[in-house]
Design a protein around this ligand. Structure first.
Ligand SMILES: [Zn+2]
Length: 264
C-alpha cells in the first residue's frame, strides 16, 4: 500500500521541479524579450500634426531626400550615428546649414542594437555584450552629435529600433528619451516607391513616421516626396521631437499597439 503513496510524492516532486524550471525559463525569456517602442505625439495635438524621423545608420547621405525637405520647408528629426557623421561631411554640412529645420539626435556610435547579452542579434546585427558597451554606444553617439552640431541630443533611437528591458532602463538612466514611432514608412529603406506611398496614405494626426536617409540608391526619397507632398496638400504640418511630448500608442484593450508593419 505504500507504493502508490510514494509514487504520488515522486509525481508531486517532479511537478514542482517542472514548475520551477518553467519559471526560470519564463524569467529568462521576459528579461531577454526584444521589443519595438510604438509612440505617437502626446494627444491632443493640433489638427493634422505629424513628426517625420529619419535614421542615418551607416552608409551614405541621401541628398535628394534632404534637398526635398529643405525645398518644401518640412522639419524632421534626424537620428545619426557617429560612424555616419564621420563618413558624410558634405551631408552634415547641409544639415548644419539648416538646423532651423532639422533636429539632430543620437542613433549611437557604431549602430549596435540595444540588446544585451553575448551573441544576441536583431535582424542579424549583433547586440551589446554587456551594459558597459551599451553605455559607450549611447554616450559616444551623443558626444559625436554635440561635437558636430553644437547641440546636445536628448533623444536616443537604437539600431534596428528594438530594445530589451535592461537596455531601455539604462538608456533612460543616462538621461535620454527613447524615440519610438507609429508608422514604419520604408522598412529599413527596402521598400519600393509605391509601397512607401501606400504606408503613408492613411496617416493620422499624431503619427510618428520612421524612414531612412542613408541609402540614396533606395526608393525612399522618391516615395517620401510623393507621400509627403500629398500630406502637405491635405494640410498636415510637421513637428520635430525636440518640440513635442510623446505617449505610447495603445489599442482598445490598453496594450501597446503595433506600428504599421514593422521592418522585414
Ligand atoms: Zn539605424
Amino acid at each position: 500500500m505504500t507504493a502508490p503513496k510514494s509514487r504520488s510524492y515522486v509525481d508531486q516532486y517532479r511537478r514542482l521541479i517542472l514548475t520551477i524550471l518553467c519559471l526560470f525559463w519564463w524569467a529568462a525569456w521576459a528579461d531577454e524579450a526584444v521589443k519595438e517602442i510604438h509612440d505617437q505625439l502626446k494627444m491632443p495635438v493640433q489638427k493634422q500634426m505629424v513628426a517625420l524621423t529619419l535614421d542615418a545608420c551607416s552608409g551614405r547621405y541621401d541628398g535628394s531626400l534632404i534637398d526635398f525637405l529643405i525645398a518644401n520647408r518640412i522639419p524632421a528629426t534626424l537620428f545619426v550615428t557617429k560612424k555616419w557623421l564621420e563618413k558624410n561631411p558634405a551631408g552634415l554640412a547641409t544639415i548644419k546649414a539648416h538646423l532651423d529645420l532639422f533636429d539632430v539626435e543620437d542613433h549611437g556610435e557604431n549602430h549596435i542594437p540595444a540588446v544585451i547579452g553575448l551573441n544576441r542579434k536583431v535582424y542579424g546585427i549583433v547586440g551589446e555584450p554587456d551594459i558597459v558597451h551599451l553605455r559607450k554606444e549611447v554616450v559616444a553617439g551623443a558626444e559625436a552629435v554635440e561635437a558636430a552640431t553644437g547641440v546636445a541630443p536628448r533623444w536616443y533611437r537604437g539600431a534596428t529600433a528594438e530594445y530589451d528591458d535592461a537596455a531601455v532602463e539604462e538608456i533612460q538612466k543616462l538621461g535620454y528619451r527613447i524615440a519610438g514611432f507609429s508608422v514604419n514608412a520604408d522598412a529599413g529603406a527596402t521598400l519600393k516607391k509605391q509601397a512607401i506611398e501606400e504606408r503613408l496614405r492613411n496617416i493620422k494626426s499624431g503619427d510618428i513616421i520612421i524612414a531612412h536617409m542613408n541609402k540614396p540608391s533606395s526608393d525612399t526619397a522618391e516615395g517620401l516626396a510623393v507621400a509627403l507632398t500629398r500630406l502637405l496638400q491635405k494640410g498636415f504640418t510637421f513637428v520635430r521631437l525636440d518640440e513635442v511630448d510623446v505617449e505610447p500608442v495603445m489599442d482598445s484593450l490598453g496594450n501597446q499597439k503595433a506600428a504599421t508593419k514593422t521592418s522585414k
